[in-house]
Design a protein around this ligand. Structure first.
Ligand code: VG1
Ligand code: CO
Length: 543
């Protein structure tokens, strides 16, 4: 195999965001765009010579072609081996698991996660480190620096490698091991959960629906839920991964998983519903007539963790991203364990998990995970719920009611304003920032501001500091208003407004969150002037 060195020039804007580099697919397909970024990853991590990497993606448009480029570039730069999922597929948590299990030096995940795919959709590339987790800020910073200095890239000349069968082949000196993308992951799930109990639950007539959203979790969910645990055939729907996700938006929430939602809100609906996103790291869980907010889900998993074999000895600690509701804080308090508050993005949980300070982590954005891998994990969260329900033998609604009765209810919602003019969105943030010192003591209806700040995080493990991680307005009594700009979008800016209110009166546990949060929502509008500054009179997505 001959190796070609091709001169190139830096391309602007290749800065990794909350979770890797995401751009329109057609941008990734323009001349040398992908090659520049991959070479910059190699350069930013000190080269890949002699290293073993894991490679896979969520199957979206351009996944296969991009995987071939990564293979040729890994070979050209002297990588020893690449372990790649069959058809270049790997869910994000499965990739994380493979990196750890095989002791690989890192991995490349080809995904834009919950963003739509297809020729007109989005594509993305993420680098995960040897711990299996998304590269920390120090590394993504070096990768970004490398994108600004790149002058050439190296690529092996070769025909496309056949990835349709498990096999081991060579590309020049580099070994390529093509593995079944589901096997190792399914094994890990069987170690963590009581599969017999879940099997018995399905046998007893418990009905479930899992919306794989035509994304990567289809094969994983079908194997584990239907083939291994005995859920009836057809439990998993939209199960075949498609390059454009069936023209859908692979984001598991009430808006985009509409079919599942409608089934769950019907009287004759199944007992339990779940959905996962493009790359399989997000989850939504819903009971019949009972939506579980991701923040509440994290709290429920923490409170019931010892019912599950993998966590029977208890939790070392828990962690949540700052905008995630404080429901899990109440549980940690009761359990007498530490609760960490990190910036948005899974990369901030890595050190806490590695250091054994936290066992469970979660984000309000439908992300939950544990120290079994270093990514959030959609199907894992669903199995955790099934295991708890199998032990407690109650409905999702009953479980939520008893949880709130014990801990109180943190009403929570996120309002997203998508593809907003970037300057207008920056204006909203600046306007709120300018009030941070004057807000404390001010009242909005019955709400009084106790404190306001811009969130910064000092990592307790390595001492690194992350600043500018969201604006917080904290109300007396525990309510909060948080604003931040998305770091995963590819069009204009997405403004995220996070709303929380703590309710301790059992008589008020049954409200619609939007009603319960009305005062916080009104305060957000007054403080942030969203309507007048963005020209939007309602959010695009409410979760
Ligand atoms: C969003 C979520 C964040 C999540 C990230 C990646 O980021 O808010 O909690 O970690 O997506 O999730 P942002 O910057 O757009 O708010 V995934 O499943 O899209 O990789
Ligand atoms: Co995802």
């Amino acid at each position: 195999t001959s190796i070609r060195t091709i001169p190139t020039e830096p391309i602007e804007g290749q800065k990794p965001g909350t979770s890797g580099l995401r751009k329109k697919t057609e941008v990734f397909q323009t001349h040398h765009y992908l090659e520049n970024f991959i070479q910059s990853i190699w350069n930013g991590i000190g080269g890949v010579e002699g290293k073993t990497l894991v490679l896979g993606g969520d199957g979206r448009h351009f996944n296969s072609q991009a995987a071939q480029v990564v293979l040729r570039m890994a070979a050209a730069s002297g990588a020893k081996k690449v372990i790649v999922g069959k058809r270049a597929l790997l869910s994000t948590p499965a990739a994380s698991n493979l990196i750890r299990k095989r002791g690989a030096d890192g991995g490349i995940i080809l995904s834009a996660s919950h963003n739509p795919g297809g020729p007109k959709g989005d594509f993305g590339v993420k680098f995960n480190a040897a711990n299996g987790g998304p590269a920390a800020e120090g590394i993504t910073g070096k990768i970004f620096d490398a994108t600004k200095e790149i002058a050439e890239f190296h690529i092996a000349e070769s025909q496309d490698i056949g990835l349709r069968m498990t096999d081991t082949v060579m590309l020049g000196e580099m070994e390529i091991e093509i593995v079944d993308p589901v096997d190792d992951y399914a094994e890990l799930m069987a170690e963590l959960f009581d599969f017999d109990a879940i099997r018995a639950l399905f046998k007893s007539g418990f009905r479930m629906r899992f919306d794989a959203m035509h994304a990567v979790t289809g094969p994983y969910a079908t194997r584990v839920l239907e083939e291994t645990l005995g859920a009836s055939p057809g439990t998993v729907f939209n199960a075949i991964p498609l390059p454009d996700f069936g023209e859908g938006h692979p984001d598991p929430n009430p808006t985009w998983a509409k079919q599942l939602w409608d089934e769950m809100m019907s009287d004759s609906g199944p007992d339990f519903g779940a959905a996962s996103d493009g790359d399989g790291d997000r989850n939504m869980v819903v009971g019949r007539h009972c939506y579980v907010s991701p923040s509440d889900s994290l709290a429920v998993l923490a409170a019931n963790a010892t019912l599950v074999p993998g966590y029977k000895d208890g939790l070392k600690g828990v962690a949540r991203s700052m905008p995630t509701s404080q429901a899990v804080d109440r549980v940690a308090e009761k359990l007498g364990i530490d609760c960490y508050e990190t910036p948005t993005g899974w990369k901030f949980f890595g050190n806490l998990l590695d250091a054994g300070r936290a066992t469970l982590c979660g984000e309000e954005s439908f992300g939950t995970g544990s120290d079994h891998v270093r990514e959030k994990d959609g199907l894992w969260a669903v199995l955790f719920w099934l295991n708890i329900l199998a032990v407690k033998k109650c409905s999702v609604a009953e479980l939520m009611e008893s949880h709130w009765a014990a801990y109180g209810r943190n009403y929570y919602s996120r309002h997203d304003y998508e593809a907003v003019d970037s300057d207008a969105a920056a204006g909203v943030m600046e306007h709120v920032r300018s009030q941070l010192t004057t807000l404390p003591g001010t009242s909005f209806g019955s709400l009084t501001v106790a404190a306001a700040d811009e969130f910064a995080y000092d990592d307790p493990v390595d001492g690194s500091r992350a600043e500018g991680q969201g604006l917080r307005v904290l109300f007396e009594g525990g309510g909060r208003l948080v604003l931040r700009l998305s770091g995963t979008g590819t069009e204009g800016a997405t403004l995220r407004v996070y709303l929380e209110k703590v309710e301790t009166d059992p008589a008020a546990f049954g409200l619609d969150p939007q009603e319960a949060l009305a005062e916080v929502i009104a305060a957000a509008e007054t403080i942030a002037e969203i309507t007048s500054r963005t020209g939007r009179d309602a959010p695009d997505v409410i979760t």
